[in-house]
Ligand binder design. Structure first.
Ligand code: G1P
Length: 294
């Protein structure tokens, strides 16, 4: 149980139906917050947390994600010949090392639990991180890093949680909080997309997990849950009778970039965070005279 977490899984097979028509031919994971695709934020966060192997569960029309994590010699040569050293270095910095990515396919959209199960042979018998790339965090250190620090102590399974408005609980998985401080407390139960009046808390699972490999055997049973999908939350609830689950209410905030509002807000917040963009962006926002719009 005390193995180091070296591998991260990124489920990127989702159809992106909440973001049509943008996602008709383009993967939703390639939508950009400022100038970086959503998937790049998740990979950067994983790398910061010490992840060495990046496993993508893809689907049809997702080939461009694979290209994004490959070298682009023509582009690199052009940048070099034009002396655009900073852009070139940025591209090279973003790349995982050779041989440290794997791609497998979820052939049918049967749910998050099924997507994770599709990575079982690549992950093997070791703990792994799971990052849902729709969910982009403004956090320092990154949320997965904060969870890794908690994992050093707790071992077992670790789930990142954040409070949401009670009217939003039915959009997420929600946990039952047990004993312990916010930084690292016991989770005694969880439920996927509960009705507001049946939700055990407003602490929602915000898309970052550290899981033990025993989850795969439970996912293999492929029981359908909420929305008639194979739910990861249901398999975790079952695993809870055998293994410890720890909740980490991390420092930071998530933006649900699978929703238009979350995505737009993330773009504003991340643009304001960028020293190279902030001054000009503030000027433009002033010109919009938002006060009179609000
Ligand atoms: C999935 C999980 C849910 C979690 C959410 C975070 O739901 O099943 O527990 O709260 O991601 O984004 P989905 O967004 O795939 O419906």
């Amino acid at each position: 149980m005390s193995k180091r977490v070296r591998t991260a899984v990124f489920p990127v097979a989702g159809l992106g139906t909440r973001f049509l028509p943008a996602t008709k031919a383009m993967p939703k994971e390639m939508l950009t917050v400022v100038d970086r695709p959503l998937i790049q934020y998740a990979v950067d966060e994983a790398r910061e947390a010490g992840i060495e192997h990046f496993v993508f569960v893809t689907g049809r029309n997702k080939g461009v994600i694979e290209d994004h994590f490959d070298r682009q010699f023509e582009l690199e040569a052009t940048l070099e010949s034009r002396g655009k050293v900073a852009a070139l270095e940025e591209l090279q910095k973003d790349l995982p090392s050779a041989g440290r990515t794997s791609f497998t396919r979820q052939q049918e959209p049967l749910g998050l639990g099924h997507a994770v199960w599709c990575a079982r042979d690549i992950v093997g018998d070791q703990p792994f991180a799971l990052l849902l790339p729709d969910m982009v965090f403004r956090a320092k250190p990154g949320v997965l890093k904060q969870m890794m620090d908690a994992y050093e102590e707790s071992q077992g399974n670790v789930i990142g949680v954040e409070e949401c408005a009670w009217e939003d609980v039915s959009s997420y998985g929600v946990v039952v909080r047990g004993d312990g401080p916010d930084k690292s407390f016991a989770i005694n139960g969880m439920v996927e997309k509960p009705k507001r009046d049946e939700a055990p808390s407003n602490l929602f699972i915000s898309g970052r997990y550290i899981l033990q490999p025993e989850i795969f055997a439970l996912l293999a049973e492929q029981t359908r849950g909420a929305g008639n999908e194979i739910q990861l939350t249901d398999a975790m609830q079952t695993l809870m009778s055998q293994q410890r689950f720890t909740g980490v209410k991390y420092e930071g905030k998530v933006y649900d970039c699978g929703s238009k509002l979350g995505f737009l807000t993330a773009n504003v917040v991340f643009a304001l965070d960028r020293a190279d963009i902030r001054p000009g962006f503030i000027d433009e926002l002033r010109k919009l005279d938002l006060e009179s719009e609000l």
